[in-house]
Ligand binder design. Structure first.
Ligand code: NCD
Length: 487
C-alpha cells in the first residue's frame, strides 16, 4: 500500500471501493468519504456549524422527514447501549430514513468468528448508507473506516473515544453558556477508562478550556491522553489549589490542566511552584466507574465519589452545570435531579437533534464540512519484524487478520510514535533505517534525514541488531529526559 493511501485511510478519507482490500483502487478523489472516528475529525468551525444546525433542528424535531428520505443507517453494537443507539435510530427515522440494527452482535455472525472487517465490508456494500459502530476494542472504528464504502461513525471504541457523545456534551455547554471558549470544566470520576472523558478533554482543550481533573483514586487520566493534551493542544498540567471546590476535591488529588502558561511544568507529579486557584467552575462532568473495562480485582471502586446537593454547595460550583453521559449509578445522587444545574437528561435529549445534524452532514444532505483539505498525519505501516502495540484490547491485537499495525508520529525530535488505532505510546529503543541498514537512538539528530517509510521501530538495540541492523556512526542523541540508555 502506498503511503498516501495509508494516510488517506487512517485520516478518515477513503474511496468507496475498499482501499484496504484493494490498494490500487482509491484514485478517484471525487468519491472520497469522510468518517467520524475521533473528535479530531471535525474542525472547530465544523463543530460550531453542526451545533447551529442541531439547534435549528431541535426547534421542530418532526419537520425534517424529507432531509434523508430513504437513507439507511446500520447500527452495529458489540457492546450494550441505550441512549447512543436509540438516539441514532430515532435521528435517522426523524430524517425520513430507515434503520437496520445489530443491537447485540453476540447474536450475529461475530459469534461464528466473523471478523469486524468482513462484517463492515458486507454491511457497507449495499445494506446501508452509513455505519454506526460501538466496539470494545480501541481503534475498531478506525479499522472499520478502512474497510467501509460508506461513512463510519464511532459510537465508542473501548476506553479510547466517543466523539458523538462529546458533540452532545459540547452542544449542551454551548446552549447553557452561549459560547465554548475558555471554559473551566471539572472532569470527575473514572478518567482512566471513560472514553467520553477522553474525547471531551481533547475537544475542550482545542476550545481553550481549563480542565480541572478530579479522578477517583487510581483512575487518573491515562498518560497518553495527558501527553496528547500537552503536545498537540498546548495544555499544561499544574498544581491546583482546590479549596473552593469543597467536598468534591476532598477525595482526590486535583490537577489543573490549562492552556500554555509562561511556567512550563513537565508532569503531574513534578508540579511545583504556586498552585493555581480554582475560583469559578462552569461545568462539572461526572462519570461512572467503567467496571466492564477494569482489570478484574485490580481496582477498587466501592468508595466511589458521589456528587449531591452538599457537594454542589461549594463556592466555586455555585453556577456550574452538572453533566453526565449516563448511565449513572450512585455517583450523582437522585436528590440532585430537581436542581436546575443538573443537565444530564438534557444531554441525553440533545442526542437526537445533534445526531440528526451529524447524519445529514455525513450523508451529504447538508453542507457543513470545510472545503479545504486538513493537514495529513504522519503515518507508517508496521512490518512483521518491528514492535507492535502493547495494548491487549487494541484492535491491532484483537483483529490481527485484518488490522495491520500502524504508527502515528507524535513527535519527530526526539522520535515518538503512538499506535494509530488506540493512541498508546509505542516504546522504541532503536530506529533502523531500511536503506542504510543502520540503527539510531530515537533521540538521534540523524533521524531527521531518514524518511518515515524507511524507518523500522525496535524495542531495543539488541532487537535491531538481531534483525541485521548495525549501530550508526556519529549518533548524536539530543538531550531528553526520555532518552533510552546508550548500549
Ligand atoms: C457512555 C459510554 O458508553 O461510554 N454512555 C453513553 O454513550 N451515553 C458512558 C458510560 O457508559 O459510562
Amino acid at each position: 500500500m502506498r503511503r498516501w493511501e495509508v494516510a488517506n485511510i487512517l485520516f478518515g478519507i477513503v474511496g468507496r471501493s475498499f482501499p484496504a482490500a484493494d490498494p490500487c483502487a482509491s484514485t478517484d478523489r471525487m468519491t472520497e468519504t469522510r468518517h467520524l472516528v475521533s473528535i479530531d475529525d471535525l474542525s472547530l468551525r465544523e463543530m460550531k456549524a453542526l451545533f447551529l444546525k442541531a439547534r435549528e433542528i431541535s426547534e421542530d424535531l418532526t419537520g425534517w422527514a424529507g432531509l434523508c428520505r430513504g437513507a439507511i443507517t446500520a447500527t452495529l453494537f458489540y457492546e450494550p447501549s441505550t441512549r447512543t443507539r436509540l438516539s441514532f435510530e430515532s435521528a435517522t427515522q426523524r430524517l425520513g430514513g430507515g434503520v437496520i440494527t445489530a443491537a447485540d452482535m453476540r447474536n450475529s455472525s461475530a459469534s461464528k468468528g466473523e471478523s469486524l472487517a468482513d462484517t463492515v465490508r458486507v454491511v457497507s456494500s449495499s445494506y446501508a448508507d452509513i455505519l454506526v459502530l460501538r466496539h470494545p476494542s480501541e481503534g475498531a472504528a478506525r479499522l472499520a473506516a478502512q474497510y467501509s464504502g460508506v461513512p463510519v461513525i464511532n459510537a465508542g471504541d473501548g476506553s479510547h473515544e466517543h466523539p458523538t457523545q462529546t458533540l452532545c456534551d459540547l452542544y449542551c455547554l454551548w446552549v447553557e453558556h452561549g459560547h465554548l471558549d475558555g471554559l473551566d470544566v471539572v472532569l470527575a470520576g473514572d478518567l482512566r477508562y471513560s472514553r467520553t472523558i477522553h474525547s471531551f478533554a481533547y475537544a475542550l482543550a482545542r476550545f481553550g478550556a481549563n480542565l480541572v481533573c478530579i479522578p477517583q483514586h487510581g483512575f487518573e487520566l491515562p498518560e497518553y491522553v495527558v501527553k496528547r493534551l500537552r503536545e498537540e493542544f498546548g495544555v499544561e498540567p499544574i498544581r491546583a489549589n482546590a479549596k473552593r471546590l469543597g467536598d468534591l476535591a476532598a477525595s482526590s488529588d486535583v490537577v489543573y490542566l490549562t492552556p500554555q502558561k509562561p511556567h512550563q511544568l513537565s508532569l503531574f507529579t513534578d508540579a511545583k511552584g504556586k498552585a493555581q486557584d480554582i475560583q469559578h467552575v462552569h461545568a462539572v462532568y461526572m462519570t461512572r466507574p467503567q467496571t466492564e473495562r477494569h482489570e478484574s480485582g485490580s481496582e477498587e471502586t466501592s468508595e466511589y465519589m458521589r456528587l449531591g446537593k452538599k457537594t454542589m454547595s461549594a463556592e466555586s460550583l455555585r453556577d456550574a452545570v452538572v453533566m453526565h453521559p449516563l448511565p449513572r449509578r450512585d455517583e450523582i445522587s437522585a436528590d440532585f435531579d430537581s436542581d436546575p444545574r443538573g443537565i444530564y437528561f438534557k444531554q441525553a435529549a440533545s442526542g437526537v437533534p445533534v445526531r440528526m445534524a451529524l447524519l445529514a452532514a455525513f450523508l451529504g444532505k447538508i453542507d457543513l464540512f470545510d472545503s479545504e483539505p486538513r493537514p495529513a498525519e504522519e503515518l507508517k505501516k508496521g512490518e512483521a519484524d518491528e514492535v507492535c502495540c502493547s495494548k491487549e484490547t487494541c484492535i491491532s491485537n484483537t483483529e490481527i487478520r485484518h488490522a495491520d499495525p500502524m504508527f502515528k508520529v507524535a513527535s519527530r525530535v526526539p522520535l515518538r510514535v503512538v499506535c494509530a488505532y488506540c493512541s498508546t505510546e509505542i516504546q522504541i529503543g532503536a530506529v533502523g533505517c531500511r536503506t542504510t541498514r543502520r540503527w539510531h537512538l530515537p533521540t538521534s539528530q540523524q533521524l531527521k534525514k531518514v524518511r518515515l517509510e524507511n524507518m523500522a521501530f525496535f524495542a531495543d538495540p539488541a532487537w535491531a541488531e538481531s534483525k541485521g541492523f548495525q549501530l550508526a556512526a556519529e549518533s548524536s542523541p539530543i538531550s531528553s529526559d526520555a532518552a533510552p540508555p546508550v548500549p
